[in-house]
Structure formats: C-alpha cells, structure tokens
Ligand binder design. Structure first.
Ligand SMILES: [Zn+2]
Length: 85
C-alpha cells in the first residue's frame, strides 16, 4: 500500500475501518469494519490486497452455502432515470 494518495497526491493517509460493498453479478456482500487507509484530503480509500482477497473468499463461501452471513438486510433498489424530480 502506498504512503500517499494516488488519486490527489496528498501525503496523509489515516488508518480507519469502513463498510465495504463487494459486488459481483447481481449479488452484493456488505462487510463492516474493514481496515483501510483513507486520504484525509479527498477521502479516497485504499485496501490491502489480502483484505480484498479475504472478502472475496467469504463471498464465495456464502454463495456456495459453505457459510452463513452474520445477518441479511433488505436493500431498496432504484433506477435513476425513474426517479421523480
Ligand atoms: Zn487523496
């Protein structure tokens, strides 16, 4: 992981945890408390390859019914072109 923001060039990145949304095909996995580095200037977030790999493995385990997620949530879905003014 680089020590400056690739996006804006800012040099200060904070160690934080965040909510990561993994998407594949029409499915999603929401993972809370994922460690990342966040640019204090533009807010861009950086994740370790190992962290992302772990999330992908968990997604595969859940979709292959080898593991139950901690909880399941109902998500509202909209199409921007169909939104009222
Ligand atoms: Zn930045």
């Amino acid at each position: 992981m680089s020590e400056h923001c690739v996006f804006c060039g800012h040099k200060h990145l904070d160690r934080k945890t965040t909510r990561y949304i993994y998407q594949k095909d029409q499915q999603m996995l929401v993972v809370e408390n994922v460690p990342c580095l966040e640019c204090t200037f533009c807010g861009e977030q950086y994740f370790d390859a190992g962290v992302l790999q772990k999330i992908e493995n968990d997604y595969l385990a859940i979709t292959h019914q080898q593991r139950q997620p901690r909880r399941v949530m109902l998500v509202a879905v909209e199409d921007f072109t169909a939104l009222p003014l």
